[in-house]
Design a protein around this ligand. Structure first.
Ligand code: AVJ
Length: 304
């Protein structure tokens, strides 16, 4: 099993998708409202300012009546604000959390009764096989929130390459939200807030792992760490054992020395130049972008 394998690795890891049990999703929602966590509100500001440009941008790429594919839709809140501007013919929210998605999609349907909605519950990090009801042409992929940052740059390129692939139909576009490199203090504060919400979010992964694996992690024995790795241009979150301890689960165990860490998340930060280059390598053309006045976050448009 992936979880046991990650825990037994020389440098222990738990993949960030395990943050998002119900409590984890709620803690993430709380993070987006923290003073220190600027990405969500900065991105919203960019969308508010730029949304008037979107119709012209789509028209320029020859995309009419788009099929809006919302990758990691969650509450569908961001798409709900975008829909009046993009006027999609079809809306396809995709999320790993199926029950959450169903309720959110119903909410969108009541707001836009005439819109054709096809909800898809899947882990798209593994591949993007959409059901046949999804419109083939004029697809616009919507990937906000800098979620792409959880992939390494090589993985991100491979993922974007699949979106740019002609197999996805004619006239494709991508609307992508990306957090930009900035000073270390601002970045680290965003992932180690004064209320300790991000620390709770990080430690909650141990509770979720206990449920999934039957392990006996004691949350009290771990400390939250967030650091900006400048060489790799990424925020890393770790959980550090406060002292020597052993974690046991049915069929396995792992001893941790005091100070030893479990790597739980990498959140890669890009520059406008590095993301533009990555989009080009993935096969996208006609790249444009909008940023906020501080250049903290960027929304990219790229046509395939
Ligand atoms: C959902 C992956 C974009 O990396 O900023 C927030 C997750 N982790 N605080 C991010 C997260 C800690 C978030 N993403």
């Amino acid at each position: 099993m992936e979880l046991a394998e990650g825990l037994n690795a020389v440098s222990a890891t738990v993949a960030p998708k395990y943050f998002y049990d119900t409590l984890g999703s709620q803690l993430f929602e709380a993070i987006t409202r923290l003073d220190e966590y600027y990405p969500t509100r900065t991105e919203a500001g960019i969308f508010d300012a730029a949304s008037g440009d979107f119709a012209a941008t789509l028209a320029g790429a020859g995309i009419g009546h788009p099929c809006l594919i919302d990758l990691g839709a969650g509450s569908c809140a961001k798409a709900t604000r975008l829909i009046p501007h993009l006027q999609p013919r079809q809306y396809v929210p995709v999320d790993i959390s199926v029950d959450f998605l169903r309720e959110a999609a119903e909410q969108v349907q009541s707001t836009f009764p005439a819109l054709d909605i096809v909800g898809v519950g899947m882990d798209f990090s593994a591949g993007l096989a959409l059901p046949p009801q999804v419109q083939r042409d004029n697809r616009v992929f919507f990937y906000p929130g800098s979620s792409l940052g959880n992939f390494s740059p090589a993985e991100a390129q491979a993922f974007l390459q699949r979106l740019a692939d002609p197999a996805q139909g004619a006239a494709r576009g991508l609307l992508l939200g990306i957090d930009l490199v900035k000073d270390k203090a601002t970045l680290e504060a965003a992932y180690d807030d004064s209320l300790g919400v991000t620390a709770a979010f990080n430690k909650n992964v141990l509770r979720h792992v206990n449920t999934l694996l039957g392990s006996d992690f004691d949350v009290h024995q771990w400390r939250h760490i967030a650091l900006f790795n400048e060489a790799e241009s990424r925020i890393e979150m770790h959980l550090q054992a406060l002292h020597n301890l052993t974690v046991r689960w049915p069929g396995g165990e792992r001893r941790f020395r005091g100070g030893e860490r479990i790597h739980t998340e990498s959140s890669c930060k890009y520059t406008v130049a590095s993301m533009s280059a990555l989009l080009r390598r993935a096969g996208f053309k006609q790249i444009s972008y909008w940023t906020d006045p501080k250049d903290w976050f960027a929304v990219f448009w790229a046509a395939a």
